[in-house]
Design a protein around this ligand. Structure first.
Ligand SMILES: NC(=O)c1ccc[n+]([C@@H]2O[C@H](COP(=O)([O-])OP(=O)(O)OC[C@H]3O[C@@H](n4cnc5c(N)ncnc54)[C@H](OP(=O)(O)O)[C@@H]3O)[C@@H](O)[C@H]2O)c1
Length: 313
């Protein structure tokens, strides 16, 4: 698979990465053995960038991913994130909290150095300059290589970047969630790369979407507006239109929508998540798909029919 360069500080990763959130969080119970096999299969197929966070099981997700990647640690880049507190999942970027969480992430991942460290979500209580100052301490100590931000706005990106170069903005981006296009101007100006999270719209664009009733009670999709009964018909009609185009091309829906993301910018890397080696293989194959201008235009038109806001993080 081809590499893409994120930011101006030299971070080069495979064009499609692997998102490990679902292995321990958000989409119902996972199977650790299958999840380890899925992430290792991603690597076998050329994926070199793996994404996790403290939030994904409060260390459980980092430990699972760290153990899966231990034998190939030198061949991959690992990203993790700090910035929440277990109580009510509220933002917490208090400076001492960051120091504790990042030290714990290093232990959980079983690594001497985190390749890419993100602030997971903006914390209105803590100036972003102070947050990046603490992140920079870890860079200076050789414990973190590149810095990123997630779930933030243009002003905070500028203020953070003035303290230390930000290599990546991780933001939700998919055919269903295009609001992040408002941030393309600032990342272009500052030379920051993009990592597109939830690129399959949390599974709505996976080819296997189900109504809410099919998911576990604590599955995040119980609360996402795309699944609300009043939006269901409009959104499944968009999926039907996209699926028709995918079948005309002889590819799957997930491949179509991942290829659409890759076609938007040269410095964007989607990180689809799956706990199945077979579904990982399906998604990774999107790196070889090219879309003609008329196909991109068809997808653009269809995307205008999506109803319901994306989640906020
Ligand atoms: N920065 C943030 O705030 C933030 C927020 C959300 C996510 N993220 C990151 O982005 C990554 C990806 O996002 P995501 O996991 O929310 O959503 P996603 O990649 O848009 O979709 C994941 C869902 O789609 C299913 N799926 C994936 N490929 C499939 C295929 N080929 N066929 C059928 N079903 C398929 C998965 O189920 P199975 O596992 O059962 O295959 C899972 O339920 C996360 O893992 C995380 O690393 C970051």
């Amino acid at each position: 698979m081809q590499n893409r360069t994120l930011g101006r500080e030299g971070l080069a990763v495979s064009a499609i990465g692997y998102g490990a959130m679902g292995t321990t969080f958000a989409y119902g119970p996972g199977d650790d053995t299958a999840s380890i096999a899925a992430s290792r299969h991603a690597h076998d197929l050329g994926v070199t960038h793996f994404d996790t966070a403290e939030l994904y099981g409060w260390g459980t997700g980092e430990r699972l991913l760290g153990s899966a990647l231990a034998p190939i640690r030198d061949e991959v880049t690992i990203a993790t994130k700090f910035g929440f507190t277990p109580d009510a999942y509220a933002p917490n970027s208090q400076l001492d909290h960051i120091r504790q969480v990042v030290d714990a992430s290093l232990r959980n991942l079983g690594t001497d150095s985190i390749d890419l460290l993100y602030q997971h979500v903006h914390d209105p209580e803590v100036p972003v300059e102070d947050v990046v100052g603490v992140m920079q301490e870890f860079v200076q100590a050789g414990k973190v290589r590149w810095l990123g931000l997630s779930n933030t706005d243009a002003e905070n990106i500028r203020r953070a970047h003035a303290v230390h170069p930000i290599s990546v903005l991780q933001t939700e981006y998919s055919v269903f969630a295009r609001q992040s296009e408002d941030l393309f101007g600032v990342v272009d100006e500052l030379g920051i790369g993009l990592v597109a999270y939830s690129p399959l719209a949390r599974g709505f664009l996976s080819g296997a979407v189900q109504p809410r009733s099919a998911y576990a009670e604590d599955d995040i999709r119980q609360w996402l507006e795309w699944w609300a009964p009043e939006n269901w018909d409009a959104n499944t009609a968009v999926v039907a239109g996209l699926t028709e185009l995918a079948s005309e091309k002889g590819i799957s829906l997930s491949q179509l929508v991942l290829a659409w993301i890759l076609a938007q910018r040269e410095d964007i890397v989607p990180i689809p998540g799956s706990r199945s080696a077979g579904r990982v293989a399906e998604n990774v194959a999107a790196a070889a798909v090219t879309l003609a201008p008329d196909e991109l235009a068809r997808i653009d038109t269809l995307s205008r029919g999506v109803r319901g806001a994306r989640a906020t993080s």
